[in-house]
Design a binder for this molecule. Structure first.
Ligand code: KIV
Length: 274
C-alpha cells in the first residue's frame, strides 16, 4: 500500500522525521522505494543533474511527464510527487489545473509540487479543491533563480523572514499537505515548522524541520559539486568509473566476453553454411 498524505501529516503529529529524496528514473526509484523512503520527488532538478542545464528553467511538462512515469513504474510504496516546471502553473489557474491533471492522469503520481507562497496560494487552493494533493516550496525557489540574484539563502532580513512565514501560512491555508523550505536559516525554518500544522521538509534549512529532502545525485556523489546543504553518502561516481574502466579494458584486451556471456548453436548448421 502506498503512503498517502494523511499518513505524512500524521508523521508530523507523532514527531516522526520524514525523509524525501528525488528520483528521475525507474531503477533508482526502485531502490529508494525498497528502502522505504516515504516521499519521492521527481524534481525539476533533473534539468541540472540528469540533463546538464544550469538551472531548471528549460525543463518542460513533457520532460517531467516522461521521467515521472518511469519513477511511478519503479515504485509501489512511496508517495510520488511530480514537480511542476517553470511557468506551468503561473500563466493562469486554468493552465495550472490542466498541467496538474496531466501529471496525475498521464504519470500515475499521487501529488504535485509547485514553487511560491502567497502569490500561488489561490492556485494551490484550486488544485487541492480538484482532489490533487499539493506540496509547496518556498525559500530559495530555483525556478526564480534569476529574480533572486543567484543561489542564496533566503529570509535573512526582517522583511524577508516575515514574508516567508506569511508564505508558509498561506500554503497551509490553501490546503497544501507539506511545504519544502529551501535554503532558509535554521532558526527561521524551525519557527515556521512550529507555526505550521503541516510538515515542513527542509533542504538547507537545518534540523528543526519536520523532514528533509536531498537531490539523490548529491548523496550518491554524482553531482559536479556537492553543495554545502547536502551530504555525500557514497562515492557512486567512482564505482561507475571503475566499472566502465573494467569493461573498456576487457573489451580492448579481448577478456570480455567469455563463453559464460555467449551462446552456442548446433555445429552442423554452421558446417552447412561454411
Ligand atoms: O527539483 C528539486 O529537486 C527540488 C528539491 C531540491 C526540493 O525542488
Amino acid at each position: 500500500m502506498r503512503v498517502n498524505i494523511v499518513q505524512i501529516k500524521e508523521m508530523k503529529q507523532k514527531g516522526e522525521k520524514i525523509a524525501m529524496l528525488t528520483a528521475y528514473d525507474y531503477s533508482t526509484a526502485k531502490i529508494v522505494d525498497q528502502v522505504g523512503v516515504p516521499l519521492i520527488l521527481v524534481g525539476d532538478s533533473l534539468g541540472m543533474v540528469v540533463l546538464g542545464y544550469e538551472n531548471p528553467i528549460p525543463v518542460t511538462m513533457d520532460v517531467m511527464i516522461h521521467h515521472t512515469k518511469a519513477v511511478v513504474r519503479g515504485t509501489s510504496n512511496a508517495l510520488v510527487i511530480g514537480d511542476m516546471p517553470f511557468m506551468t502553473y503561473t500563466i493562469s489557474t486554468e493552465d495550472a489545473l490542466r498541467n496538474a491533471a496531466r501529471f496525475m492522469q498521464e504519470t500515475g503520481c499521487q501529488s504535485v509540487k509547485l514553487e511560491g507562497g502567497v502569490t500561488v496560494a489561490a492556485t494551490v487552493k484550486r488544485i487541492v479543491q480538484c482532489g490533487i494533493p499539493v506540496c509547496g516550496h518556498i525559500g530559495l525557489t530555483p525556478q526564480s533563480v534569476h529574480q533572486l540574484g543567484g543561489w542564496r539563502v533566503q529570509g535573512k532580513t526582517p522583511e524577508a523572514a516575515s514574508q516567508l512565514l506569511k508564505d508558509a501560512l498561506a500554503l497551509e491555508e490553501a490546503g497544501a499537505f507539506a511545504v519544502v523550505l529551501e535554503q532558509v536559516p535554521t532558526p527561521l525554518a524551525a519557527l515556521i515548522s512550529k507555526k505550521l500544522g503541516i510538515p515542513t521538509i527542509g533542504i538547507g534549512a537545518g534540523n528543526g524541520c519536520d523532514g528533509q529532502v536531498l537531490v539523490i545525485h548529491d548523496i550518491f556523489g554524482l553531482s559536479d559539486r556537492v553543495p554545502k546543504l547536502a551530504k555525500k553518502y557514497a562515492d557512486v561516481g567512482n564505482l561507475m568509473r571503475q566499472a566502465v574502466t573494467g569493461y573498456y579494458t576487457d573489451v580492448r584486451s579481448g577478456a570480455f566476453p567469455t563463453d559464460a556471456n555467449s551462446f552456442t548453436m548446433d555445429e552442423s548448421i554452421l558446417a552447412d553454411l561454411e
